[in-house]
Design a protein around this ligand. Structure first.
Ligand code: ATP
Ligand code: LTN
Length: 333
């Protein structure tokens, strides 16, 4: 008998344009596993509004993100692709899980502390309870794995804690998911400040490569990437964070090991190394950019994809939500 496929699920907020970091840390893994697993991927628009968004930009970016998911290799025939706000069960289960997450554990979340520091004038309740909605996103679909970058590990762990607490009271309702984090590329750093994470909301400072950046821009960003005062290519994240980050990027896009990269550039300075990394990234992103631009022109196709996705996702989500409502003691409608 054929074994049931394992399930994977993940999402990204359309709060900015997708970056090389989100591609190498998350999406690349999604696409690589699309055949083996039953996969659910969504645009986390509910999460995006925890930081103030311009409505027109949010709408446009949500569709662009869908086009980019598909261009990265997620075939809508094989993966369920949807918009988070289209599946109302996310917000509903999110509320229930709010009541099973503790103030103390939510206060300890690194992302909450970072975003609060950066948006001091808008430290809203949604930003604080963000991980409860994320736990709902995950638990509705009972996935085995949640493919994310290293920065989301803490949120997946909190989801685990919430699920365990809930199961402790009501029996085995939720399956406990595991984060699925790549060995190389789980934390791509900014090209202009290799001590901070490459991020879509800090695009202006020249440290972020966007999935849709044209080749000239990518070449320029890599030529200007911050390195160190030495001249040799060697992997040492503590002493040589800039060069090590470039090696990680090069390794993630070419599949070469750090030893192979050191050998390839032995005796050559950063003047050769930096443009070579840029070139490798350009070639990796070229087909994605071209396909995403083509898809963006076909709004009817994208609409068909997200509608079908919400339909399928809603069906699964509803089953879990019914079970939860029954367990906690709500009267059936
Ligand atoms: P924001 O700046 O708005 O918080 P972000 O650029 O950090 O956004 P997310 O939407 O939070 O990106 O992340 C999308 C996915 O990509 C997540 O799974 C996250 O872990 C991963 N990711 C984001 N940035 C990186 C990075 N620099 N390196 C590796 N993975 C990353
Ligand atoms: N918090 C994630 C985005 C996200 C997510 C999820 C990831 C929202 N819901 C469910 C995995 C599973 C982020 O900031 N990148």
């Amino acid at each position: 008998m054929e074994e049931a496929k394992k399930t994977m699920l993940s999402g990204i907020k359309p709060s900015g344009d997708l970056t090389l970091g989100s591609y190498l840390g998350a999406i690349k893994n999604w696409a690589a596993r699309a055949e083996e697993y039953d996969c659910y991927y969504f645009m986390a628009d509910l999460h995006a509004i925890t930081v103030r968004q311009n409505p027109a930009d949010l709408r446009r970016r949500t569709l662009e993100q869908l086009a980019q998911y598909i261009a990265c290799g997620l075939d809508p025939e094989k993966n369920t692709l949807f918009i988070q706000s289209h599946v109302h069960q996310h917000a509903e289960l999110g509320w229930v899980l709010n009541c099973y997450a503790m103030f103390g554990e939510l206060s300890r979340m690194t992302q909450f502390k970072d975003k609060s520091a950066k948006n001091a004038d808008n430290i809203n309740g949604g930003l604080f309870t963000y991980p409860c909605l994320m736990a709902a996103d995950i638990l509705l679909y009972q996935p085995d794995y949640v493919p994310v970058g290293d920065d989301q590990r803490q949120h997946v762990e909190l989801c685990h804690a919430i699920a365990r607490r809930f199961n402790g009271v009501y029996g085995d309702v939720f399956k406990l998911p595991e984060p699925y984090i790549p060995k190389v590329g789980a934390r791509i750093m900014s090209l202009s400040d290799p001590t901070s994470k490459m991020s879509k909301s800090e695009e202006e400072n020249g440290g972020t490569v966007l999935l849709m950046d044209p080749p000239e821009t990518i070449a320029r960003l890599f030529k200007r990437a911050v390195t160190d005062s030495e001249t040799f290519v060697h992997y040492d994240p503590a002493q040589k964070p800039g060069v090590s980050n470039l090696m990680t990027i090069y390794s993630a896009v070419t599949g070469k090991s750090y030893d192979e990269i050191e050998a390839e550039f032995a005796g050559q300075g950063y003047g050769v190394f930096k443009p070579a990394v840029g070139e490798a990234v350009i070639e990796t992103l070229r087909p994605i950019r071209e396909e995403a631009s083509r898809l963006m022109k076909d709004k009817a196709y994208l609409e068909g994809v997200y509608r079908a996705g919400a339909e399928k996702a809603g069906h699964i989500a509803e089953k879990t939500l019914r079970k939860v409502y029954k367990k906690v003691g709500f009267v059936a409608r």
